[in-house]
Design a protein around this ligand. Sequence first.
Ligand code: FDM
Ligand code: MG
Length: 239
Amino acid sequence: MADSSPAPSAARGAFIVLEGMDRAGKTTQASLLRAKLAAQSSRPVELIKFPDRTTAIGTMIDAYLRSATDLDDRAIHLLFSANRWECAARIEAALAAGTTLVCDRYAFSGIAFSAAKPSLADAFEWCATPDTGLPAPDVTIFLDLSPETAAERGGYGRERYEREEVQRAVRAVFARIGGQQEADLPDAPDAMLGRARNWRVVDAGHSVEEVAAAVWANVHEAGLADGTQAPLGRLWAPS
Ligand code: FDM
Ligand code: MG
């Protein structure tokens, strides 16, 4: 071959999700991860986040989170899922075109924040169902933070879920999803739990640099530093 450029890779972009507690540094870590990925290869990397407040559905979600409106717990849950569905084709197209996506929150936030509500406490499967069939992350990195450390970081903002008791309840659901307490979710189908979904926990209670190093180690170990050859999975199909 006369051409000395690298053989075109069949790899698609990787779909990397950061989940975690408020104040855990997801936004900071997402942009550091993007920079690291971009420095490692010539593959394009984009940041996305959910909720995407820029769409019509996102505007309704934003009003709800600012407590400008009230909505039934199930109605807002479905809007969060619809907000992912309206972006799903764009996510798939970007991955197929070779772009790696770093995504700040996804379906696990959808489950955790809803199932933390008393009205939906026994409705884990109902909460997970609307996301069935969405593009599945190749890895989900959960930035874990205790409510005490979150409070030391300057406390929460003013949005609807930014209260210590809500955060505690959400963290407990995340722990159950992550499989730390698998007996707690006896009726949740295995494919909806972290152990079936390449779920990795990073302790977010350290410095920005230390957390970034741990996030990178997980991306690297997962083999996602430069895209992936694996077919794109679907929620909640076994991967
Ligand atoms: N949130 C986020 C949900 O309740 N369900 C979801 O599906 C998603 C993606 O929205 F409290 C919650 C989590 C958080 C709030 O998130 C807004 P950001 O990351 O602070 O914008
Ligand atoms: Mg927030």
